[in-house]
Structure formats: structure tokens, C-alpha cells
Design a protein around this ligand. Structure first.
Ligand SMILES: NC(=O)c1ccc[n+]([C@@H]2O[C@H](COP(=O)([O-])OP(=O)(O)OC[C@H]3O[C@@H](n4cnc5c(N)ncnc54)[C@H](O)[C@@H]3O)[C@@H](O)[C@H]2O)c1
Length: 350
């Protein structure tokens, strides 16, 4: 029989719930504990997801030998400190993105992961999404020729405004959400970002950061892309994922955005300019496949499988997002030096 892993969840909020609801009933998972600084939330999660215990302090759970894996689902500014504690107690970690809310903390996070024997996976959930995997496969097999342009929009009509405001106290949407999409762009293009710029504004008067922004990127292989992200009470939700090559284009429409045929799943549309034909592919894909992601960490533990994405890719996306934020603040374009996370994380103003 498969080993059963003792799992502790730290952070019983929005994404914490998506993690636990997809894993608590699995044969190889035992929920040892759930932790939140809000005790009532932790207590509710414990009852709802059959956790053995709950608490407001995670340290007692790290001392328990029953704990194998810790899921960190708290705010970005706490990720580094909790990671350090988990590694001190020799626990494996699945940590939510972004890895940190400052470049200095992000670098430290990166070094810790590089230097540990424990397995650490950063939760870039789109890497585990079947629709994104299919688009990557199509692009990399040459279905649209050479990839030239990536268009990505992810705007949220922020109804749960307090949650979004708290997230924005750490990182603006172009960083918090941007790390996902910069990672996807680098994955799909097979190339690193070498140039970044952007523009942003404040759409709500009661936030301290620009809660809407667009970042423009150029990749080493010549492909370009943009990513637009906003969280606002004044924006409508919008989702665009389009990949244009020199022989066609691919668009990805999530199930929730299909006017009809939602039951068919996500929709990938592939247009070939050679034939003028469209091909459509329906994919039954879970948007946040948290069990697939946890299983990837278990493969790292059991078979020494590589992390997906590995920490170099994670750090590269984080670094690019942070430089994009700086480029916007300084109203300039930065050229990111050929990316070598071990020696060069500087940038040149152009
Ligand atoms: N992968 C994704 O698609 C995705 C989606 C949403 C959020 N996130 C990320 O997940 C993280 C959390 O976001 P959220 O939307 O779930 O926020 P949230 O406010 O819904 O939940 C965070 C929870 O963590 C708790 N918490 C904070 N510090 C704590 C600590 N030190 N110990 C114990 N509990 C603590 C808070 O009380 C809160 O209940 C952020 O880094 C965010 O960027 C990822």
C-alpha cells in the first residue's frame, strides 16, 4: 500500500481551502493539523476536513513526527519565515506563490531551497493544469510555427475586497498573479525574459498600490508578450489567453467563460494560417488541480523527481515580476541580463 503522508495546512483562507478540499479524503493523505491565526477558521476547517487537530501556532505541528508535508497558504510576506521553520524541523514543503514580497526575501528563499535536502515545491498551479499542458505541447510541437506573441489578461472583479486588499499589502496583482503568467510565458516560449517594462494605475481610492497594471516582456528568442492584471471593485472580470505564431494561433477559453458547452470542459482553439482551418479541442481539466500538485511533491519525495517548476524557473518568474514593478515605478524599461540566477540578478536601465 502507498505510504500515507501526514499533512499540515498553515493558512485556512481562500487558497488553503482549495488545497485541503482536494486532498483531505485521499488514501495517501492524513490531515495532521490545520493552522490559522484566526482560531475560529482553523476550528471550522478541522471539523469540515477531518483534521486531527487545529491551532493558531504552527510550531507545535512542525515538532510532530507525524508531520511529513507542510502546505504554506499564508501571505507572501510570511512565506520565508515559515519555510525556514519547516526546514529546521526537516519537513517537506508545498508553498504558495509568490515566494516573497521583496527581492531580498525572495533571494533568501531561493538559496534555502537550493541548499536543503528536503523537497520544496512552489505552487505554480498552472504547471499542473491539463489545458495549459496541452497548449504547451501544441506550441512546442510547432502547431503554430514560431511563437511570436503572447497575450494574457487576468482581471478580477474583486467582490471580496478585504481579501484582495490584504494580498495587495504585500504585492500588486502584476506580481502576485504575474509570477504565474510570467512562468507560463517562459515555459511556453522555452525562453527567458530579457526586457521588461510596463504601466499601471490605481482604480480604487482606498488601496496603497496600483491595483491595475500591464507588463510588456521580450524574450531571448525574440518572442514578445504582455500580461494585464487588475483586482478592483470597478473592473469587470476578463480572461484572455492567446498565443500567436508565424503559422497560426491558439486560444484557451476556460470552461467558466464558455457561453455554451461548459460541460465539455476548457476549449482550446487552434487556427492554422497554412490551411485556413480551425481545430477545436475540449479538455476536462480542473483549474486548480491541487491533488496533482501535491502528488508532484510526493513524486519528488519518493522518486527524486524534479520540481515542476524547478526553483530556478520559480525565481526567474518572481525576479522578472519584481523588476517589472520597479520598471513601472521608475517609468523605464529594464533589460534583464542573460539569466543566471546564481551569479546575476542585476539589471541595466536602458
Ligand atoms: N495559486 C493560486 O492560484 C493562488 C490563488 C489565490 C491566492 N494565492 C496565494 O496564496 C496566499 C494566500 O492567499 P489567500 O487568497 O488564500 O488569502 P486569504 O486571506 O484568503 O487566506 C490567508 C490565511 O492565512 C492566515 N494566516 C496569515 N498569516 C498566518 C500565519 N502566520 N499563521 C497562520 N495563519 C496565517 C490568515 O488568517 C488567512 O486566513 C497568497 O500568497 C496568495 O498569493 C494563490
Amino acid at each position: 500500500m502507498d505510504k500515507c503522508y501526514g499533512v499540515v495546512l498553515i493558512g485556512c483562507g481562500h487558497i488553503g481551502e482549495q488545497h485541503i478540499e482536494d486532498i483531505y479524503y485521499r488514501d495517501n493523505v492524513d490531515i495532521v493539523g490545520v493552522v490559522d491565526v484566526n482560531e475560529e477558521l482553523a476550528r471550522t476547517f478541522a471539523r469540515k476536513y477531518n483534521a486531527k487537530a487545529y491551532g493558531t501556532d504552527y510550531l507545535p505541528f512542525l515538532r510532530m513526527k507525524e508531520t511529513d508535508i507542510v502546505i504554506i497558504a499564508t501571505y507572501a510576506d510570511s512565506h520565508l519565515g515559515i519555510l525556514q521553520d519547516c526546514l529546521r524541523y526537516k519537513k517537506h514543503v508545498l508553498c504558495e506563490k509568490p515566494i516573497a514580497s521583496s527581492l531580498a526575501a525572495g533571494k533568501r528563499f531561493y538559496s534555502l531551497v537550493k541548499g536543503t535536502q528536503q523537497k520544496v515545491l512552489v505552487a505554480h498551479i498552472l504547471r499542473h493544469n491539463k489545458s495549459y499542458q496541452k497548449v504547451a505541447e501544441l506550441i512546442q510541437s510547432g502547431a503554430i510555427g514560431r511563437l511570436r506573441l503572447i497575450r494574457m489578461v487576468q482581471n478580477h472583479h474583486a467582490i471580496n475586497w478585504q481579501r484582495y486588499k490584504r494580498l495587495m499589502a504585500d504585492c500588486p496583482p502584476i506580481v502576485d498573479c504575474g509570477v504565474h503568467y510570467i512562468d507560463v510565458m517562459q515555459w511556453f516560449s522555452g525562453s527567458r525574459v530579457v526586457e521588461v517594462s510596463g504601466i499601471s494605475c490605481r482604480l480604487d481610492s482606498d488601496v496603497d498600490v496600483d491595483n491595475y497594471g500591464v507588463i510588456n516582456v521580450r524574450f531571448a528568442n525574440g518572442c514578445i508578450g504582455y500580461y494585464e492584471a487588475g483586482w478592483s471593485r470597478n473592473l469587470g472580470s476578463c480572461n484572455v489567453k492567446e498565443f500567436i505564431g508565424d503559422r497560426g494561433r491558439i486560444s484557451l477559453t476556460l470552461r467558466e467563460n464558455r457561453p455554451a458547452n461548459r460541460e465539455e470542459g476548457d476549449l482550446i482553439t487552434l487556427y492554422s494560417s497554412d490551411t485556413g482551418e480551425y481545430k477545436t479541442i475540449n479538455i476536462q481539466s480542473k483549474y486548480n488541480d491541487m491533488y496533482a500538485q501535491l502528488s508532484a511533491l510526493i513524486d519528488m519525495i519518493e522518486s527524486n523527481a524534479p520540481a515542476n517548476p524547478d526553483i530556478d524557473d520559480v525565481y526567474s518568474a518572481f525576479y522578472t515580476a519584481m523588476v517589472a514593478k520597479e520598471a513601472i515605478e521608475n517609468k523605464c524599461c529594464y533589460r534583464i541580463q542573460p539569466f543566471d540566477v546564481r551569479t546575476a540578478v542585476g539589471h541595466l536601465s536602458i
